[in-house]
Design a protein around this ligand. Structure first.
Ligand SMILES: C[S@@+](CC[C@H](N)C(=O)[O-])C[C@H]1O[C@@H](n2cnc3c(N)ncnc32)[C@H](O)[C@@H]1O
Length: 289
């Protein structure tokens, strides 16, 4: 007989011993162990400590052994093992067709784009490089009066985004395949949420194994991480409405961006839920390009 407490301790011990890298939505091996144990037992991910002294069913224990092996030996991120990920107050289908949801742009969405956006709900929002759709769907959920367009080049990622859209059924969101903002009409977008690939060559070479299960097209962005950013800036300048804003996540490539555009005003965000390398630029500033 194994209790949930024992299963949890054993799993955490295995993850710590293997030195797994926790960079996919969970703070540490303890949090990852909780997620694996609850998923293996098909329990609510928010279950409380009242379950700790209950016995784990044999089929759940068998599943937990499989999950732990995938995490420890294959280094699969938890969300690819359980098939579910979360961002803000929404959960999503998750698989290697798209990145595991974790963008710090989440804070901007749940904060209603304040204090930067001068208005209430922005009429038109684009989730640029949407992957599995976590940011765009969160935006559609938090601003039901906004029209949200989820855009990605990769057909596989978009298939996952569509699956997530079907599950949540937000009437104000739609998914479209496209190369960045090529098909978006000029002067029409109020908010662009851009989470493009931005990992530079040096960081790509040093990535922990966990990230190698994610699509390369979602991460790699050339020598300095800016391969797509130059086009995003020029296209955003064209498609943003007069009061429009570009929220851009560039992570460790922030220094390269600052070097490349020393005269472009960028406000770097100090985000409540952590994360770094996110800036906001206004249409009027992009007009300086
Ligand atoms: C960092 S991931 C985005 C992750 C997303 N926020 C999520 O939660 O799944 C970057 C995405 O950019 C897409 N992408 C790469 N090149 C693109 C392009 N030229 N146009 C549009 N999307 C592109 C990739 O397919 C990938 O899904």
């Amino acid at each position: 007989m194994t209790t949930f407490r024992e299963a949890l301790e054993n799993t955490e011990f295995a993850l710590r011993g293997a030195g797994v890298f926790c960079g996919h939505g969970y703070a540490d091996s303890h949090d990852e162990a909780v997620a694996l144990v609850l998923a293996a037992a098909e329990l609510d991910p928010l279950s409380g400590t009242e379950i700790l002294d209950r016995t784990v069913a044999p089929d759940s224990l068998k599943r937990l052994a499989e999950y732990t092996s995938l995490r420890v030996n294959e280094r699969l991120p938890v969300a690819y093992i359980t098939g579910r990920g979360a961002l803000g107050d929404l959960t999503f289908h998750c698989d290697p067709r798209a990145l595991v949801p974790r963008s710090p742009l989440m804070t901007v969405i749940v904060g209603d784009y304040q204090p930067w956006y001068r208005g209430r709900q922005p009429p038109r929002i684009v989730d640029l490089c949407c992957g599995g759709g976590s940011l765009g769907l969160l935006a559609a959920h938090h601003a039901p009066a906004s029209e949200v367009l989820l855009l990605d080049l990769d057909a596989d990622a978009l298939e996952l985004a569509r699956l997530n859209l079907n599950e949540h059924a937000f009437p104000n969101a739609r998914c479209v395949q496209g190369d960045l903002l090529t098909f978006v009409a000029p002067d029409t977008v109020d908010i662009i949420l851009a989470n493009p690939p931005y990992v530079d060559a040096e960081d790509m070479a040093a990535l922990p194994q966990e990230y190698r299960h994610e699509p390369r097209i979602a991460l790699a962005a050339g020598e300095d991480g800016l391969d797509l950013i130059h086009r995003i800036l020029m296209q955003s300048k064209a498609v943003l409405a007069p009061q429009g804003l570009l929220f851009l996540e560039v992570g460790n490539s922030a220094a390269a961006l600052l070097d490349a555009y020393p005269n472009l005003p960028m406000i770097w965000l100090d985000l409540e839920h952590g994360g770094h390398g996110v800036c906001v630029m206004a249409k009027e500033d992009l007009n300086l390009l």
